[in-house]
Design a protein around this ligand. Structure first.
Ligand code: TXA
Ligand code: MG
Length: 339
C-alpha cells in the first residue's frame, strides 16, 4: 500500500515512520524514498529479513546490498579499519549519493555482502529515510525497490507497479531528486575506484581524493563486471533501445524512424526539448531541458516507453562529464544496440 507522506502533517508523518520502523525491527520489509531512487528496506543485521528482500525482488543471492545508516558515526558499528579518507568523504558528501565499500565487522551477515569481506554503506539525503533508520535503530539493508531487471523506481507508483502485491508499506515522499542510484566507491585500493558511477560525480570525488579510477568494466564492456550487481542486465526496457554515441546523430536518428515505420514498428525518441520538433514524426517524443532533468526522469521515461509498448527507442548520447557519466552508464546497460 502507498502511504502519501506529503499529504500529512508532522505528527502524522512521525506516526507512519514509527510504524514503518517497527515493521523493520520485526523483520518485515518496507519501501522508502531516498534522494536517488526508492529502496526496499529490511533490518540489515537480521539474516531472514535480508533474505525476504532478495526473495521479493527476485534478486540473485550473489548480488550484495547496501547498508543505510542515519549518520557517519553509525559506520563504526558495522565496519572496521575505516581509513581517514573515508571519514573525509563522509564529512564532505554525507548525507548524499555516495556508497563506500569498507571492511565489515562480524555483525554484518554474509548474506548482505554476498560473502565479501567488504560491506557497502551509505547515508541517504532524505529526511524520511534517515528518520526511518534512526527509529529502527539498525542499519537498513536496501537495494533499489524494483523487481530485478526493471528500471529503478523513482516514484512510489513504480514500486507499487513492480512489488505492490508483496510490500505492505510503501512510503511515498514524491519523486526522488536525483533519479539515478548512488556512486559506489571502493576504497580498498589505491587510487580508489568507482565501481558504479552515480549521483555523486567523479569530479567531486577527485576534489577530495585526487585521482579516482573507473573500474575497467565500466569502460570496456567485455571486461569483468566491476560490482557484482553490474553483471546482470539491469534497467532494460522491453523495447529495442538504440543509443547513438556519435556527437551529431540527429539525421541518422530521423532516418531510422522512417526505416522502422516502414517495417511497421513504432518508435519512441528521448531528446532535448528543442529537438522535439525535428523528431515529430516519431510516435512518442519525451524530452528534457538539461542533464539533471534527464537523470531525474530517465527511469520513469523508460517505463513510459514500455507502457506505450513502443518497439524501438532512440536516444542520443550525452557528454560523460559530471552526471553524464552515470547517465551514459545506465543508457548503455539499457541499450540493445550501440551506434
Ligand atoms: O542509490 C542507491 O544506491 C540505491 C538506494 C536505495 O540507496 N540503492 C541501490 O542498491 O541502488 P542496489 O542493490 O540496486 O545496487 C547496489 C550496487 C550493486 O551493483 C551491488 O552489486 C553493489 O552496489 N554492491 C553492494 N554491496 C557490495 C559489496 N559488498 N561489494 C561490491 N559491490 C557491492
Ligand atoms: Mg538496483
Amino acid at each position: 500500500m502507498i502511504i502519501e507522506l506529503s499529504l500529512m502533517n508532522k505528527e502524522q508523518r512521525e506516526q507512519v515512520i514509527a510504524k514503518a520502523a517497527e515493521q523493520i525491527r520485526n523483520g518485515e520489509v518496507v519501501a522508502f524514498p531516498t534522494e536517488t531512487v526508492y529502496g526496499l528496506g529490511a533490518n540489515g543485521l537480521d539474516v531472514s529479513a535480508v533474505r525476504k528482500v532478495f526473495a521479493i525482488k527476485r534478486r540473485p543471492l550473489d548480488n550484495p546490498v547496501i547498508l543505510h545508516v542515519s549518520e557517519p558515526d553509525a559506520v563504526k558499528d558495522i565496519c572496521r579499519d575505516i581509513p581517514l579518507e573515508a571519514w573525509d568523504l563522509m564529512e564532505r558528501f554525507w548525507p548524499g549519493p555516495l556508497t563506500l565499500l569498507l571492511p565489515k565487522k562480524d555483525v554484518v551477515p554474509d548474506e548482505v555482502t554476498a560473502g565479501s569481506s567488504l560491506v557497502a554503506v551509505r547515508c541517504p539525503d532524505s529526511e524520511v529515510a534517515r528518520a526511518l533508520i534512526r527509529e529502527a535503530k539498525v542499519p537498513i539493508a536496501a537495494p533499489s525497490a524494483n523487481r530485478s531487471g526493471r528500471p529503478s523506481p523513482t516514484r512510489a507508483m513504480h514500486v507499487n507497479e513492480d512489488l505492490g502485491d508483496e510490500v505492505t508499506m510503501i512510503l511515498d515522499d514524491g519523486p526522488t531528486g536525483i533519479g539515478l542510484e548512488s556512486t559506489v566507491l571502493d576504497l580498498s585500493m589505491s587510487p580508489p575506484m568507482i565501481l558504479r558511477p552515480g549521483g555523486l560525480s567523479r569530479e567531486d570525488l577527485e576534489q577530495v581524493l585526487g585521482v579516482v579510477n573507473l573500474a575497467p568494466g565500466l569502460i570496456d564492456m567485455e571486461a569483468a563486471p566491476p560490482a557484482p550487481g553490474m553483471k546482470y542486465t539491469h534497467y532494460a526496457p522491453e523495447a529495442h533501445l538504440v543509443l547513438y554515441e556519435d556527437l551529431y546523430p540527429f539525421e541518422a536518428m530521423r532516418n531510422r524512424i522512417t526505416e522502422e515505420h516502414e517495417k511497421g514498428n513504432s518508435v519512441g525518441v528521448l531528446c532535448f526539448a528543442d529537438q522535439a520538433e525535428f523528431f515529430s514524426i516519431a510516435d512518442i517524443v519525451l524530452t528534457y531541458t538539461d542533464l539533471i532533468e534527464l537523470a531525474q526522469n530517465l527511469f520513469a521515461n523508460l517505463r513510459i516507453f514500455d507502457e506505450k509498448k513502443v518497439d524501438v527507442i532512440l536516444v542520443a548520447g550525452v557528454s560523460e562529464s559530471d552526471i553524464g557519466l552515470a547517465i551514459m552508464n545506465r543508457l548503455r546497460k539499457a541499450a540493445s544496440e550501440l551506434r
